[in-house]
Write a protein that binds this ligand. Structure first.
Ligand SMILES: [Zn+2]
Length: 246
């Protein structure tokens, strides 16, 4: 599977397990779900980067907490968020809906609504030979987001939308939950060789203080039980089981 490892997307670890993604091209940068502002401001200034857009996948405070301070530093920044969240993301200045297309960093970006975690969660799909998806809290490596505001059916359908993307899509989620998710999956499928192999890889990365994200859709299809569920009942069992897992 061919994918581009050289994309200049940087992950900044903040809070307990959040990752802020920062994509730079020439002297411009786009930031996804800035939980906090300070490390982002420091990075952008140290690298003489102009912040052109902040992409918000949903309204949770560990995704929007740094946005206002970033806007203060870069007043022309586009703050892209779901038009359905004008009250919970009030500082948005570019309101979008499912299917909308934007132009960012010379690439076409498509907005994909993926509800379930919240009632209006969106993802940003950068169409390219090597496509990139910023998925927020809808999908994690070996896991998926908790269903807070939507229904299991909505979440199941959102995951289906992700499965329909090209298999070489590189996926960036907002939390480093990979190891815990793999341990849960292995508990359900103790003989699954792909999950065992992935756990070894992930533990190596963690020991080196590296991020375990992004992940490739094709690889994820082998180890993510939620993506592998091919009917709503199967998905619902998994989601309910995971909710009780400690
Ligand atoms: Zn969330």
């Amino acid at each position: 599977m061919e994918f581009n490892k050289e994309q200049k997307i940087i992950g900044i670890r903040v809070l307990s397990d959040n990752i802020i993604w920062l994509w730079k091209k020439n002297n411009s940068a786009v930031v996804v779900d800035p939980a906090v502002s300070q490390p982002v401001i420091e990075y952008l200034k140290a690298n003489n980067l102009n912040l052109v857009a902040i992409l918000q996948t949903h309204h949770h405070s560990d995704h929007i907490g740094g946005t206002k301070k970033l806007e203060k530093e870069w007043p022309n920044v586009k703050i892209v968020a779901s038009a359905k969240e004008k009250s919970r993301i009030p500082f948005q200045n570019l309101s979008v809906k499912d299917g909308d297309k934007l132009q960012l960093l010379d690439k076409e970006v498509q907005v994909i609504e993926v509800i379930g975690h919240t009632k209006s969660h969106i993802a940003f799909y950068f169409k390219d030979k090597f496509p990139v998806l910023f998925i927020g809290d809808t999908l994690f490596s070996a896991g998926c987001g908790r269903v807070f505001e939507g229904t299991y059916k909505q979440m199941y359908n959102s995951l289906k939308k992700i499965k329909d993307l090209p298999k070489n899509t590189l996926i960036y989620c907002a939390h480093e939950y990979t190891r815990a998710n793999l341990l849960w999956a292995l508990n359900l499928e103790p003989k699954n060789k792909s999950i065992k192999k992935k756990l070894i890889e992930v533990e190596k990365k963690i020991a080196l203080k590296e991020l375990t994200i992004p992940f490739l859709l094709e690889e994820e299809m082998k180890i993510n039980l939620f993506l592998r569920a091919d009917n709503l009942n199967g998905f619902s069992f998994l989601r309910a089981n995971k909710d009780t897992w400690v």
